[in-house]
Ligand binder design. Structure first.
Ligand code: HAS
Ligand code: CU
Length: 571
């Protein structure tokens, strides 16, 4: 490895081919970006206020400002979770998938009209969700995991159904487009970005069946009054069938950027393309048999099934370790090519002053923390200590709020100007935004984890709690400081993107390019999608059928599925 890196250090910068944007996709990708960031605008602005209201120091300092808003804590938390974690991410992923597929394959989508149908479905879903959150905040405060027996108004679930429907359309469109390309290019391997997107969309299709059944068979009928009882345990099982793969559905597009755009942006080749393909396939097949690690504290799942899912949870972390090595080696080559020397000197020469590159680098640093807190809570014994404490939001703000959101923002900083045809309003503001986001999420993740270790529960209005020890108060106040930093960051982001969209026209000068070349030789087995999707389905059935059977036997769920009165009454 030393020799390869030394060689890379002396190699001239690689010239990547410039590829034209497939024209009729400009409006499509732009529409997705604007809608996704509109959802984020509302969702992300609410976040810091939750941190303020959880901090005893804030409540003492501003009792008049704090108290009236308290009654809206769960409403705001629901909006924060659903708009950021579900609507922003899903709509962004669709837009980015369309962009990368069209660009990398230099080919039209299988069906552009269908892509628009999917977009309209997601947009209507977002509008339905916003409407119900605003007009019936009390009943729709079921949080982004919408566990029964809490039941929201029907529009809440209809919004979610429309969103997932849109994602299915994207998945079908991307997968069929890739297949058509493969038929037109016999013997050639898919470009890495599309390979990863196809794996991710297959994984989404299979996993979202769980949440679809939950919403359509259990929650929506209860909400419509068609059934009067519900089954919390069966619902939780079906939710986490989807809920863990969901985190990789978020992560893979960020990895696509880091694997296929970052090397290009830093002027080197990816260290190993086949290794990256293996990582994406592993994420796809091992993402599903893991979801029980969210149910370690639940009595309705046996120890054996908890152990099986623990095994797969540790297995699905391996592709992220592979990513750390593959991207670490790539970045080392980039740093050395830019004159960095010594053990750590190459890090200093990376483009820390370029917001697009810095967003991804800082995202990776956040993920080192968030990834390891994930591994800690993946052990059933340790999980019992941290489950349902602020440790868990600490973990996911460094993962989905960290590497995922920050990389998506980095992508937006080059993608939005390019498709809008105007330069980014302010590069300096973007840089400040990226660093405040990184600092804020690092601090927020750490303070939330510490407060969790000091017994602070998640999803609770701790600002007025009389039961906090001094350490817990200290860390919660720290989380509010992180909230201030993040509030500044969100405002900078929205000003910059908004001004880029509506500001005075300035032509883009530096549209980035994409490395679409597959390596000369990709092992044939990696291209056998039938095999990999088959393994995905088989592992899913093996890991989940016993868990679902258990849930049904414990809670008379069979009757629930037949819509007979049983289970827990809907409040
Ligand atoms: Fe998680 C709960 C376990 C990854 C998101 N997770 C959550 C929840 C969310 C979430 C949202 O086992 C809360 C759900 C809820 O509301 O209840 N998670 C894991 C494990 C991993 C993991 C083992 N999670 C993620 C990712 C997420 C995410 C990714 C979002 C995108 N998670 C759990 C468990 C729970 C959980 C339990 C339940 C907790 C409970 O009790 O409720 C792993 O896949 C992580 C592997 C990652 C690594 C890090 C690799 C490091 C890399 C960076 C390299 C850096 C470089 C930079 C190259 C091992 C790749 C070099 C140099 C420079 C110069 C920059
Ligand atoms: Cu998980």
């Amino acid at each position: 490895m030393q020799a390869t890196l030394e060689k890379a250090g002396n190699a001239p910068a690689i010239a990547f081919p410039k590829l034209a944007l497939v024209k009729d996709e400009r409006a499509l990708v732009g529409a997705h970006m604007i809608t996704a960031f509109s959802a984020l605008a509302i969702g992300a602005l609410l976040g810091p206020f939750q941190a303020f209201h959880r901090a005893p120091g804030f409540v003492e300092a501003f009792p008049d400002a704090a108290i009236p808003v308290f009654s809206y804590y769960y409403q705001a938390l629901t909006a924060h979770g659903t708009l950021n974690a579900l609507f922003f991410t899903f709509i962004f992923i669709s837009g980015f998938s369309y962009f990368m597929t069209g660009r990398s394959l230099q080919r039209k989508l299988w069906s552009l009209p269908l892509a628009w149908v999917g977009f309209v479905s997601m947009l209507l879903g977002l509008l339905a969700m916003l409407y119900v959150l605003l007009t019936d905040p009390q009943r729709s405060a079921v949080l982004y995991t919408f566990y029964p027996p809490l039941i929201a108004p029907p529009l809440f679930y209809i919004g979610l159904v429309l969103l997932v429907l849109g994602c299915w359309i994207t998945a079908a469109n991307v997968i069929v487009t890739a297949n058509l390309w493969r038929k037109e290019h016999k013997g050639e391997a898919l470009p890495l970005a599309v390979f990863a997107a196809v794996a991710n969309h297959w994984m989404f299709i299979v996993s979202s069946v769980g949440v679809a059944v939950e919403v359509v068979a259990l929650l929506l009928p209860a909400s419509l009054g068609l059934i009067t009882r519900t089954d919390p345990q069966l619902s939780r099982v079906l939710f986490w069938f989807f809920g863990h793969p969901l985190v990789y559905y978020w992560l893979v597009p960020a990895y696509i950027s880091i694997y296929t755009l970052l090397p290009n942006q830093t002027g080197v080749k990816l260290f190993s393309d086949p290794l990256a393909r293996v990582a994406f396939l592993m994420l796809m097949i091992f993402a599903l048999p893991t979801g029980v690690h969210h149910l370690f504290a639940d009595p309705g799942v046996s120890e054996v099934n908890k152990a099986i899912h623990t095994f797969f949870t540790l297995l699905v972390a391996i592709p992220s370790f592979m990513t750390a090595f593959n991207i670490g080696a790539t970045l080392e080559a980039a740093g050395r090519a830019r004159g960095g020397r010594g053990l750590f000197g190459w890090m200093a020469t990376l483009q820390w002053n370029d917001p697009v590159v810095a967003a991804q680098l800082i995202g990776l640093i956040l993920f080192m923390m968030g990834g390891f807190s994930g591994l800690i809570q993946a052990s059933a014994q340790l999980n019992i200590t941290v489950h349902n404490t602020s440790w868990v939001p600490g973990h996911f703000h460094q993962t989905v709020g960290g590497i995922v959101a920050l990389t998506y923002i980095g992508i937006a900083y080059w993608l939005v100007p390019m498709i809008r045809g105007r330069a980014l309003f302010s590069k300096k503001m973007a840089l400040a935004q990226v660093y405040t986001w990184g600092l804020g999420m690092m601090l927020f993740g750490h303070t939330m984890a510490e407060s969790g270790l000091n017994g602070v529960p998640r999803r609770s209005l701790t600002g007025i709690s009389p039961f906090l020890n001094e350490a817990a108060k200290f860390w919660l106040n720290g989380a509010a400081v992180a909230g201030v930093i993040l509030l500044i960051s969100v405002i900078l982001l929205l000003i910059n993107l908004g001004a880029t969209l509506i500001g005075a026209p300035r032509p883009v000068t530096d549209a980035p390019t994409i490395d679409t070349r597959a390596p000369e030789r990709v092992p044939a087995i990696l291209n056998r999608w039938g095999v990999w999707v088959g393994i995905l389905v088989a592992l899913t059935l093996i890991a989940w059928l016993p868990v679902i059977a258990e849930a049904l036997s414990v809670t008379e769920g069979f009757q629930i599925l037949r819509w007979l009165p049983s289970g827990v009454p809907v409040p």
